[in-house]
Design a protein around this ligand. Structure first.
Ligand SMILES: NC(=O)c1ccc[n+]([C@@H]2O[C@H](COP(=O)([O-])OP(=O)(O)OC[C@H]3O[C@@H](n4cnc5c(N)ncnc54)[C@H](O)[C@@H]3O)[C@@H](O)[C@H]2O)c1
Length: 270
């Protein structure tokens, strides 16, 4: 028996990385999976973009867990597109219980390199995309009589990710969004929480990402050590974040809402 038997989950940004880990983990606990990913060129990022083949691989891994998958290429900035995918999935699987707003982008830039375009792209994807996700899903949770919504924020939403004014702004916004939705949706037995990972080993660190971070660090070395952990582990595996998502998705956390949970080895306190 799984902790999410007879449940249905919607995950954004699940072609790879943490989103894929969430989908596979929830599927392993018994949930059917609805999901979207842009699976195409990401605006302005220095790392490699996900592909339709990545999305197919997630589908295969979810089905390997014995779950059903309704996955589509869709941009979280497109509310109507999201609604269509979610509504189709709910039609197939009979309802919706869990929502994980995970899709996001991250562009290392010093404060004076941030452009109107990169600022807007980051806010549109990370903040408007999360609002679109909850908005496309919430009425299905209300109809179900309850549910769990999880917004994937970051260490940058609790402390600061230096050289990312836009990213840090976007991830702090998700803390407010978590509290605001938790307050109103609580009356429908819907819980809303955020997860704040520190560094995670995903393709977000691929391509020119590490080189770009080193370049920005060189502009002000004093800030470079800000993400240090208390533990001797510095980077999480995506599955370690998915463990926390599975807990928040399950009834084991049924009295936890409006909460922000870090998975960062203590980095926010360093
Ligand atoms: N990797 C880290 O160190 C880290 C740390 C803290 C928080 N996060 C956050 O965790 C989440 C997942 O990141 P990840 O590390 O798995 O990165 P990733 O780049 O490997 O995965 C993100 C996925 O989101 C998708 N995506 C991006 N923009 C989209 C859009 N507009 N519409 C639909 N899909 C879109 C991408 O195609 C990609 O598959 C993000 O919100 C990120 O900000 C990452």
């Amino acid at each position: 028996m799984g902790r999410l038997d007879n449940k249905v989950a919607f995950v954004t940004g699940l072609a790879r990385g943490q989103g894929r880990a969430h989908a596979v983990r929830l599927a392993g606990e018994g949930a059917q999976i609805i999901g979207v990913d842009l699976a195409g060129p990401l605006p302005g990022v220095p790392y490699d973009s996900a592909t339709p083949a990545d999305l197919d691989e997630t589908r295969r891994l979810v089905e390997e867990q014995g779950a059903k998958a309704h996955l589509a290429q869709c941009d979280v900035r497109d509310l109507d597109g999201l609604k269509a995918v979610v509504d189709e999935g709910v039609g197939l699987f009979g309802g919706l219980d869990v929502v994980i707003a995970n899709a996001g982008i991250c562009i290392p830039e010093t404060w004076d390199e941030v452009s109107p375009t990169s600022f807007r792209d980051t806010i549109d994807t990370n903040v408007v995309g999360a609002w679109n996700t909850v908005t496309a899903c919430a009425h299905h949770l209300v109809e179900r009589g309850g549910g769990s919504v999880i917004l994937i924020s970051s260490y940058a939403g609790r402390k600061v990710q230096p050289f990312m004014v836009h990213y840090t702004t976007s991830k702090h916004a998700l803390v407010g969004m978590t509290r605001a939705f938790a307050a109103e949706l609580g009356n429908h037995n819907i819980r809303v929480n955020s997860i704040h990972p520190g560094a995670v080993a995903t393709p977000m660190g691929s391509g020119q990402m590490v080189a770009r971070i080193e370049e920005t660090n060189a502009s002000n070395p004093r800030l470079a050590g800000m993400g240090m952990t208390f533990l001797n582990q510095f980077v999480a595996e995506p599955e370690e974040v998915a463990n926390v998502a599975a807990f928040l998705a399950s009834d084991e956390s049924k009295f936890i809402t409006a909460e922000s949970i870090s998975v960062d080895g203590g980095a926010q306190h360093f």
